[in-house]
Ligand binder design. Structure first.
Ligand code: F0G
Length: 358
């Protein structure tokens, strides 16, 4: 038996790498595709969840970062830079450190989840809080990469999308064909674009017989692709996708067109409802942005847009431990405080409602 070797080695024949490329890997990819019976029962579709929280830094970004940092190292870069709502910065920091490079990360001040902030700092990144939103951070990162010796590793770097397309290959390997629908959260729309590319390549090489319809969901307060215009002050509790001017806008529109796809928006309340359904009924813990895939499925299913018996894959993009505060409140916003008891088995049994076996 051998262990999973990371996406560059596993898919070396389908990526632009050569013997000259140093393989910077933390073993990303090879994530589970989990049948979600509770969601299948709710919708009448066959629903699978691609759990990208099970990556080395806890998000799908690692698939793109192994490629981007390996290529940066191949080109002799000494430092990488990115703008981030949190996950990209955690991933860039880890892969840069592994490669012996430095990482500078620009994040919107006070707007990224604590777990992600801790990751970037733990991995030794130069973390800078910018007094602006993500879109401002990306503008700064691009400007710095244009004028200083730092290599940009946001998804505007094509190497990122290339690495991320491997998730579609994995889905087809498990299902034996492409699903009918694939649903992803959308921020910059890089991942939406990457899945479509992976599915397209597998269709071309006849590993599958169809393209899935690509459905992407944005938070209602940050839904530029749905509105068809830039959102100046994007808002949502799903901080990972609080983005008003998606970097991969044009590529994503082309992918939607080509796959007969769809962009929809979901309110924060519905995101949290889906977050609870996924953790309490399926057993998968994600961050709020990831739960939008579940909310999108339920919304489209209720609208009659997902035929019974369809195969649907939902990508959930980031681990719940990155931003766990949402699990500690009820739907009404009340704090959940676990019961405290003395060291007394009978009292614990009584709290649990257990009746003594005789
Ligand atoms: N889900 C999570 C958990 C994310 O962190 C992101 C993006 C997305 C979905 C959206 O993916 O941008 O390819 O459409 N996070 C970026 C970051 C912006 O900086 O970590 P996308």
């Amino acid at each position: 038996a051998h262990q999973w070797r990371g996406v560059l080695r596993e898919y070396a024949d389908r990526l632009d790498i050569s013997d000259a490329t140093p393989i910077i890997t933390l073993g990303e990819g090879g994530t589970p595709l989990i049948p979600a019976d509770a969601l299948s029962h709710r919708t009448g579709a066959k629903v699978w969840v691609k759990y990208e929280g099970i990556n080395p830094t806890g998000s799908f970004k690692d698939r793109g970062m192994t490629m981007a940092v390996s290529k940066a190292a191949e080109h002799g870069a000494k430092a990488v830079i990115c703008a981030s709502t949190g996950n990209t910065s955690a991933s860039a920091a880890a892969y840069a450190t592994h490669a012996g490079l430095t990482a500078a990360v620009l994040v919107p001040e006070g707007k990224i989840a604590l777990g992600k902030l801790a990751q970037a700092i733990a991995h030794g990144a130069e973390l800078i809080q910018v007094q602006g939103n993500f879109d401002d951070c990306l503008e700064m990162a691009r400007e710095l990469a244009n004028n200083y010796p730092v290599h940009l590793v946001n998804s505007v770097n094509p190497d990122r999308i290339e690495g991320q397309k491997t998730a579609a290959f994995e889905v087809i390997e498990v299902l034996g064909d492409a699903p009918d629908f694939h649903i992803v959260p959308v921020g910059n729309a890089g991942n939406y674009t990457a899945y479509h590319r992976g599915y397209t390549e597998d269709l071309v090489r006849k590993a599958s017989t169809k393209l899935p319809r690509m459905f992407g969901f944005q938070a209602a307060g940050s839904a530029p692709l749905v509105l068809g215009r830039v959102v100046k002050n994007p808002e949502t509790l799903a901080s990972a996708i609080r983005i008003g001017n998606p970097a991969s806008w044009e590529l994503a529109l082309a992918a939607r067109e080509n796959s007969d796809g769809y962009f929809g928006s979901i309110t924060d309340d519905k995101i949290l409802e889906a977050y609870r359904i996924l953790s309490a009924e399926v057993g998968i813990f994600v961050e709020p942005a990831s739960a939008i895939s579940v909310a999108g499925l339920l919304e489209r299913s209720e609208a009659g847009m997902i035929p019974k018996g369809s195969t649907v894959v939902l990508t959930v993009t980031g681990h719940g431990l990155k931003d766990p505060q949402w699990a500690l409140r009820t739907a009404d916003g009340d704090e959940i405080v676990p019961t405290v008891v003395p060291v007394d088995a009978d009292e614990i049994a009584s709290v649990l409602g257990l009746v003594k076996a005789r």
